[in-house]
Write a protein that binds this ligand. Structure first.
Ligand code: GLC
Ligand code: MG
Length: 418
């Protein structure tokens, strides 16, 4: 992880299912709120880590199903696989470490003697994770018996029960907590220990995250009984752990505010963008602009020439806009296309999403910005990579000076306007 030159201001380590992602909200509103907050105020100097029980296969599937931004680090398969960046480069050092006193064949042989254990899908069986389903009533007994048997065979394992149904057998040194401890140690060696770390979870396999020294933690309002019980027994008096009153990603935002870890007002919750200049940064500008276009197309702002004039006023008249098709336009002409699309997504499930917004300051008043921009219409999505030059001369506002868009993979079939 060498994106950041110094310590991350905030590192969020979040579980996905029922924590970052709310499977009971078809609109994904809390996820969209979190994403906008992160890209506007944290992406530039903080780290986002997803820590999930899912294998890489199911993790990638979830990323297709839900509007998720890209984490800096993905910890998958209950802390047994760590990858970095968008291209998911594996941490080989972690793999080496997990090989100690671990033998998957022995685990498979011994677990097969337990008729209560029902093997999970093949995708969820990983080099350092063997997973089953087991009924709640039998979990405790099976866990105890299995621990004894495996210890007798010379293995050092950890057995985790989660979600009232899943049972994972892992090397002792694995798990979400150990993977986080490993990362924190690695950052410390590099002299880049995050200033603050916030862990977020809802179920049994997340419990370990909350016992890492020094971290803040949030159990989302919808946390499972097994996690709440663990908390009551092991961490009741820890003031750094919050049981949020809000669900999933909204609970995470709530915790950022509760522990005063930074800004906790999502641009999606700001009604009057124009009067919110004090926190203006390139990230905020990119997020706000994409939200403005979303509102315009959903007809959630008034259809007025003032709006068009406003967009014109924040773009350099002679600036160039290069459409992903390759065609180029002069900015002041291109803005007129806005008139045609007012309300074209009214009443539809249309959302814009920006991801990986990173800015490089070129001189005192010019920034080079790169981000991924998605348009989501129900199940369908289209995206492009945007490179833009933004200036901030003699005004409180940014001026868009140059925009260059290129299709992201699998995009480019549908219409694309802005
Ligand atoms: C995810 C994984 C599953 C695991 C569970 C609990 O659902 O797909 O294999 O047992 O998390 O950790
Ligand atoms: Mg979960």
């Amino acid at each position: 992880m060498d994106r950041l030159q110094s310590s991350a201001r905030l590192m969020i380590v979040s579980d996905l299912d029922h924590t970052m992602v709310d499977h009971h909200d078809p609109e994904n509103s809390s996820l969209f709120r979190f994403n906008a907050l992160w890209e506007a105020h944290y992406r530039q100097d903080s780290l986002l880590v997803f820590s999930t029980g899912r294998s890489p296969t199911l993790y990638k599937q979830l990323r297709k199903e839900k509007p998720m931004i890209t984490p800096d680090i993905a910890i998958m398969s209950v802390g047994t696989e760590i990858t970095y960046g968008k291209s998911m480069v594996p941490d080989d050092g972690w793999v080496q470490f997990l090989n100690q006193k671990w033998n998957k064949d022995i685990v498979i042989e011994e677990t097969s003697k337990f008729p209560e254990l029902k093997r999970q899908a093949e995708t969820e069986q990983r080099p350092h994770k063997v997973s089953f389903y087991v009924e709640k009533e039998k979990a405790k007994h099976v866990t105890e018996a299995l621990s004894k048997v495996l210890a007798g065979r010379g293995l050092d394992v950890k057995i985790i029960y989660s979600g009232g149904i899943d049972l994972d057998v892992l090397p002792k040194g694995a798990g979400k907590g150990q993977a986080l401890a490993y990362l924190l140690k690695k950052f410390e060696t590099e002299g880049k220990k995050p200033t603050n770390t916030l862990v977020c979870g809802d179920s049994g396999n997340d419990a370990e995250l909350f016992s890492i020294p020094g971290v803040y933690g949030v159990m989302v309002s919808n946390a499972q009984e097994e996690l709440l019980q663990w908390h009551a027994e092991n961490a009741k008096d820890n003031p750094k752990i919050l049981h949020a009153s809000e669900r999933c990603a909204s609970g995470i935002i709530q915790a950022i505010g509760h522990f005063k870890l930074g800004r906790n007002l999502s641009p999606r919750d700001v009604t009057d963008i124009e009067n919110d200049v004090e926190n203006l940064s390139p990230g905020v500008e990119i997020v706000n602009f994409s939200l403005l276009i979303e509102k315009w197309r959903r007809a959630e702002v008034e259809n007025s020439e003032m709006f068009i004039a406003g967009v014109k006023a924040t773009s350099l008249p002679s600036g160039v806009f290069i459409h992903p098709s390759g065609a180029d336009y002069i900015m002041k002409d291109y803005v007129n296309v806005l008139r045609k699309v007012y309300g074209d997504k009214q009443g539809k499930q249309f959302r814009t999403l920006v991801d990986n917004v990173l800015a490089t300051q070129l001189d005192s008043d010019t920034w080079l910005i790169k981000f991924d921009k998605w348009e989501l219409s129900g199940e369908e999505r289209q995206g492009c990579v945007v490179t833009a030059v933004l200036g901030k001369k003699d005004s409180d506002w940014f001026t868009w000076m140059h925009v260059h868009e290129t299709w992201l993979e699998h995009s480019g079939q549908g219409e694309w306007l802005l």
